[in-house]
Design a protein around this ligand. Structure first.
Ligand SMILES: *Cc1c(COP(=O)(O)O)cnc(C)c1O
Length: 219
């Protein structure tokens, strides 16, 4: 298997090529999604210069990251998984960005947690872009109301996030998320994973969340 440094170089080269193809010059953030992977698997990527990482569970991130960050205080940690309201305090103290704001109760919980901590953590609103029953994210029809609530609560909004339905062409879903962001005056687009980040970049992704292409398959 290739070395992690080689995988990182390869993903970064593919990001650069996709951006060039789309004639984009604005920054694109690679979030290395390290969920399920050990500190030993993460360290080589940090050594190779990667500084933005993603986790999907608060507890797992709490167990792994304080030690990893001690050596490198410039690391940013993003939460890319569902968040329970009762974990809002922990999430606000641990993460630098939250990609899974998807309901009113969480707006309230995060606003309270940020007030309490005196710390502003940018949030992406997750949209259930394929209207899938089992998936997280706010319904498209409910997005304007949720954004209004978030703005009223002074939550720092980074943009919109989605995970398109599995196994079908993602481009129309990425394009739709881009349109929703435009319509609602939001700049950030968190979309694209290992199998489709180049397509997402072509359609305006500002943040791509890449796991297995960097770390290998998860068990
Ligand atoms: C796991 C995960 C990713 C990364 O997925 P890969 O297919 O391994 O790149 C991205 N986004 C979210 C929300 C995830 O849960």
């Amino acid at each position: 298997m290739d070395r992690p440094e080689t995988r990182l170089e390869n993903v970064n080269a593919r990001i650069t090529a996709a951006a060039k193809l789309a004639r984009r010059t604005d920054p694109i953030t690679l979030i290395a999604v390290s969920k399920t992977h050990s500190a030993e698997a993460i360290r080589p990527l940090i050594a190779a210069g990667q500084r933005v990482f993603g986790e999907n569970r608060v507890q797992e991130a709490q167990a792994k990251w304080p030690a990893l960050r001690e050596a490198r205080p410039d690391i940013a940690l993003h939460l890319v998984g569902q968040l329970q309201s009762n974990k809002a305090d922990e999430a606000v103290s641990l993460f630098d960005c939250i990609h899974s704001l998807d309901r009113s109760s969480l707006v309230a919980a995060l606003a309270r947690a940020m007030d309490k901590a005196g710390r502003q953590v940018p949030c992406f609103v997750q949209v259930n872009i394929g209207a899938e029953e089992q998936k997280g994210g706010c319904a498209i029809a409910e997005l304007p109301a949720l954004l209004a609530e978030a703005r009223a609560a002074d939550l720092p909004l980074a943009g919109l996030m989605c995970v398109p339905p599995f196994g079908i062409e993602p481009a129309p879903f990425f394009a739709l998320l881009g349109k929703l962001a435009d319509d609602n005056g939001l700049a950030g687009l968190s979309m694209g994973m290992s199998d489709d980040f180049e397509t997402a970049i072509t359609l305006g992704a500002t943040h791509v969340r890449v796991g297995s292409a960097l770390f290998g398959a998860r068990e």
